[in-house]
Write a protein of this length. Sequence first.
Length: 266
Amino acid sequence: MGISSLKSKVVFNHHIWFRDDVLATILHIKSSIVNLNDTDLQDIAKLSLSRIIKEVSNADPRDLMPEINHEKPINNDADVFKSFSKSLEKTIEKISAFTERVKEYPDVNAKIVGNDARKITLKENCVDLIVTSPPYAYAMDYARIHKLSLFTSLGISNDEVRGLSKEYVGTDRISVKDSFEFLPELEFLQEFVDKLAAQNKKRSMSLQKYLMDMYSITKECARVLKPGGHFVYVIGNSTLAKSHFSTSEALQKMGANVLLCAPPHL
């Protein structure tokens, strides 16, 4: 497969987002990563590469969503090898620091569970501490935010990204034709949802989906938490259609409602 065909396959509208030499260098690094014998090293290198994709692209660094920088449509300062080397060095430093810190607590075990938090594949009462920063209630398209990295470093297609977007907690890819049966445990939020619907029906539907998902996550986290364990949400409040929404208060009440329905030990 020629380089032009490969570019088109892995990056949507590659000629807009990258200089040709920049993308060719990225693809060269990717092929070198694949040839590494150690899968852990592959993961570290992929992560390091993913972190620099937006930096070396033509996207405006001031925008959260990838947008072309019209003041500087071509990023002439991009140096892929230099950026990748720095990213790799920083990633290794962080992993090394974490590894050394873990050694200070030999009796503590941590496990990465790569699951949807709405359905955690862990048994009940097995976790001492949960600290999580969930998505916000204002429905950000996280797949779009990271699309350049998803396309370029992970090779996920544009169609796959669209599919992923619909599955995310906090997605705005909601149809006004969708319907959700609001749980009794969330009735305390019904007034706000109805008020929002009068201003922006789609935003109201997104909020309902978000709240349903967050309630599922709260229930799952409570299920796997040990008696006497701790559960921390790191979250900020939101503004929806110019109305203040206290996400922290909503999650606190969700947690209280989950505990009312939970086994006595929680």
